[in-house]
Design a protein around this ligand. Structure first.
Ligand SMILES: [Zn+2]
Length: 390
């Protein structure tokens, strides 16, 4: 197993320097045993100023990574955690450590009104922002993801396809980000993770039925992206992120999501609100006069967005613009139109999401037509097969 991993890493370095300096690998060798990546670190709060925390039973606070005991008690009533000058402020106490772990004997902790099992870790990051991470067993994590990513009343085969795609995506991240503070983001950027409170018995059963099943391409795991509605065609992964092209993530024609309620969307946003959002995301912009989508891909998505403003012109990758402005504002880049209307901009387009990998509304329609989860996955990830890891 070690040799396989080492060869994979070597090839990865070669292709990485040959293709593009910053392009991340999209193919990783599989460990032989599930236990080598069965815990997932999920970022449940990012860039937080303040976090509200509580636990029902006895709790313990430890410093990281040395695990020295900082505090303990029989019950943790609702309290605030804030970054402090030297570390982390925990209610009235100030711990001079940038990383702490909070463990509850009852096995669950409430963070900003969501319940998480197995405790949380809190990091004081740069600019005094808090990162809260929940480390959880992979299958438990999936039970918190599935009902948040797809309604539990949807057809069983669509839900099973989602379970396998979500497991593949999570385990790919667990392998590629194993040395980082967290592996996946618990929101739409990663996978929507509702925590322990979101689990649902119907979807829990489907996670168990597909236990250990992941997608592979020529024996290697890849990031099995998915999204809500493609509106006719999915697209290439490498157009959205700095990653290497992958044969299973090159786009397919999907005529199955026509009944999605997200086929068409429109949104009007105040220009000063757009300026604020772009600045918050780290882009230098003055007063915006015009926003032009361009460099259309074969699926009809804008690969670039040009923002003309009082200090110059900013050209952004389409997906970076969408995420900076907000994926609920610019739902998709497909057939994106932008028009100025007084002090606001009107956005309109088709579909919802980045458009890579499985289209969830398409998967729903295919399941209603009698397709199995295997057929659905083979359609959206051409050339991929289902492998069971133990
Ligand atoms: Zn579709």
């Amino acid at each position: 197993m070690k040799t396989r991993l080492a060869v994979g890493a070597f090839l990865f370095c070669l292709t990485r320097s040959a293709v593009a300096a910053e392009a991340e690998a999209t193919s990783l060798a599989l460990p032989n045993h599930l236990s080598s990546f069965n815990r997932i670190r999920v970022a449940v709060v990012q860039n937080g100023d303040e976090v509200t925390l509580s636990a029902n039973g006895a709790y313990r606070v430890e410093s990281l990574p040395d695990r020295s005991l900082l505090d303990r008690g029989l019950r943790l009533g609702e309290m605030k955690v804030r970054p402090s000058f030297q570390g982390i402020r925990f209610g009235a106490k100030d711990f001079r450590f940038p990383k702490i772990s909070i463990l509850s004997d009852s096995g669950s902790i409430r963070v900003n009104n969501k319940i998480y099992s197995s405790g949380v870790q809190i990091f004081r990051k740069s600019r005094g922002r808090l990162l809260v991470v929940n480390e959880v067993e992979a299958e438990t994590y999936l039970k918190g993801v599935l009902p948040s990513e797809m309604p539990p009343r949807w057809p069983k085969e669509a839900l099973k396809a989602q379970a396998v795609a979500s497991r593949t995506f999570a385990l790919f991240k667990a392998l590629s980000k194993k040395n980082e503070d967290y592996m996946v983001a618990g929101d739409v950027i990663g996978q929507v993770y509702g925590g322990h409170g979101a689990e649902h018995s119907a979807t829990d059963r489907l996670i168990d039925e597909t236990r250990g099943e992941i997608l592979t391409y020529q024996g290697q795991i890849f990031p099995a992206y998915f999204h809500s509605t493609c509106a006719g065609q999915t697209t290439h992964a490498e157009y959205n992120w700095d990653i290497q092209p992958h044969p299973a993530l090159q786009g397919v024609n999907c005529f199955f999501c026509l009944r999605s309620k997200y086929q068409r969307w429109g949104k009007e946003v105040q220009i000063n609100d757009l300026e604020r959002r772009l600045k918050n995301a780290g882009y230098q912009v003055g007063a915006i006069s015009r926003i032009s989508p361009g460099k259309w891909d074969a699926s009809g998505r804008a690969r670039e967005i040009e923002v003309r403003h009082s200090k110059g012109t900013l050209t952004l990758r389409g997906n970076d613009f969408r995420l900076a402005v907000g994926p609920h504002v610019v739902r998709s880049l497909k057939d994106l139109r932008v028009a100025r209307s007084g002090s606001s901009m009107k956005f309109a387009g088709r579909g919802w999401g980045h458009g890579v990998g499985m289209c969830q509304w398409g998967a729903k329609a295919l399941a209603e037509q009698g397709k199995t989860y295997r057929e659905i996955l083979e359609f959206y990830y051409p050339g991929a097969t289902i492998t069971r890891i133990r």
